[in-house]
Design a protein around this ligand. Structure first.
Ligand code: IMP
Length: 422
């Protein structure tokens, strides 16, 4: 079975842990979009691993992990990630495959990302990793791909063309001295040598795996509302985070996708700027942030926290074709007297049950809440649905009915074993 796993909110839903669990059954695990703006955390035997580019399935020893054509790769970051994992005793060897067609993040992408953000009056809250500028070059047809790092002549010509134009922009628009051709050229040819044996046609590899009835897990990064089309634009990332992105970003046809699983937190968080209708007051937000360790895995920034937004989550189910839900961080709600779920918004007297696209509406919409009785922390970690507090079950039951998808996993802690499988 080929499964796509997506985040249903603004990222940080706890996908790393769910991917790790599902990876046990998959043969191939594929990242298909985004770059090292992502941070997937997996805790195994009290050891925490944070993945930025490497598919988190690499922790399972016999799995093949692919970085698909839809990903943008900062080779220095990937190299460090590989070295760090190897230092932890993990053998990667030939298990990592990198698409020839994946675009490469260059130093000018990173700097441009940061310079642009400082100039914006309305900041996006970018992670500053060069993701947006790299995707922009891809669409502008001047990007440099992994395959180009293997061909000195092609790399030379593409890099020269890029620097001719970009150095002018850096100087004239941003008052920045620009970049030296020789330094980047040498460095990136080095990455080509470093990754050479892993760079291949991952689309054909995955299609061949599918033909041999191997199972593929597509590991989504970020979340539905950071999608370049369907997210809260312009406060989004620059890739297709929704399930459709799995096909474009890997070369697997939509007819071969069997199921989409959505990962959603029992409340909502957002890192970076942009509208957030159910956001808590700063005092309550601080309490939940500390309790849920809501700090960015990539940048360490504090995450904004709020109540579960069922308007967003229902839209996610529809946009992604989600049939199964993994609800994460249920334990963070333990001990709260009342739990709220936003079921609609109201703006200028008009009620919205579908996610509005007008920025003014979404920015100023007031949430309409349904309230649930809270539950106390159980004296032991529940290991089955039966062991959950009855009020927690009421909450989950409402989410299942409202979102019209079945709940197959509930996470009540950060370790693999703190997961209730239904
Ligand atoms: P960028 O993709 O780094 O340019 O960031 C654009 C927006 O997406 C910012 O608001 C980031 O905070 C947010 N973002 C990007 N990647 C992630 C992620 O993995 N989790 C949560 N938010 C993210």
């Amino acid at each position: 079975m080929n499964i796509v796993l997506v985040g249903m909110q603004w990222g940080d839903e706890g996908k790393g842990k769910i991917i790790d669990i599902l990876s046990a059954k998959a043969d191939y695990i594929v990242r298909y979009q985004g770059g090292n703006n992502a941070g997937h955390t997996v805790v195994v035997q009290n050891k925490e691993y944070i993945f930025h580019l490497m598919p988190s399935g690499i922790l399972h020893k016999d799995k093949i992990c692919c970085i698909g054509n839809g990903v943008v790769i900062d080779p220095a970051v990937l190299l460090k990630e590989i070295n760090d994992l190897q230092k932890c005793g993990l053998h990667i060897g030939k298990r990592l495959k990198i698409s020839t067609l994946a675009h490469v993040i260059l130093p000018y992408h990173r700097i441009l990302d940061q310079l642009r953000e400082t100039k914006r009056t309305q900041k996006i809250g970018t992670t500053g990793r060069g993701i947006g500028p790299c995707y922009a070059d891809k669409i502008n047809r001047c990007g440099i791909r992994m395959v180009d790092l293997l061909n000195p002549g092609v790399l030379r010509q593409k890099l020269r063309d890029n620097l001719n134009e970009k150095n002018e922009i850096f100087k004239k628009v941003y008052g920045n001295p620009g970049f030296s051709f020789e330094k980047i050229y040498k460095e990136y040819l080095g990455y080509g040598r470093e990754f050479g044996s892993s760079i291949c046609d991952t689309a054909m590899l995955l299609n061949e795996a599918h033909r041999r009835r191997k199972e593929v897990l597509f590991e989504g990064a970020q979340g539905t509302f950071l999608d370049i089309d369907f997210g809260t634009y312009p406060f989004v990332t620059s890739s297709s985070t929704t399930a459709g992105g799995a096909c474009i970003g890997s070369g697997i046809s939509p007819v071969h996708i069997d199921k989409v699983i959505g990962v959603v937190k029992a409340y909502t968080t957002r890192v970076g700027e942009g509208p957030f209708p159910t956001e808590f007051s700063s005092r309550f937000g601080k309490i939940v942030r500390e309790r849920g360790s809501e700090f960015g895995a990539t940048t360490g920034r504090p995450r904004r926290c709020g109540w579960f937004d069922a308007v967003m989550a229902r839209a996610s189910v529809i946009l992604n074709g989600i049939s199964e839900l993994a609800i994460t961080k249920m334990d963070v709600l333990d001990g709260m007297p009342t739990i709220k779920v936003c079921t609609a918004y109201i703006y200028k007297g008009k009620r919205f049950t579908a996610f509005p696209h007008d920025f003014e509406v979404i920015k100023n919409a007031k949430p309409i809440y349904k309230e649930f009785s809270g539950w106390d922390k159980r004296p032991y970690k529940p290991s089955s649905y039966r062991e959950l507090h009855p009020h927690a079950k009421d909450y989950l039951s409402f989410l299942k009915d409202h979102l019209r998808a079945k709940i197959t996993m509930v996470s009540v802690g950060s370790s693999r074993q703190d997961t209730i499988l239904l």
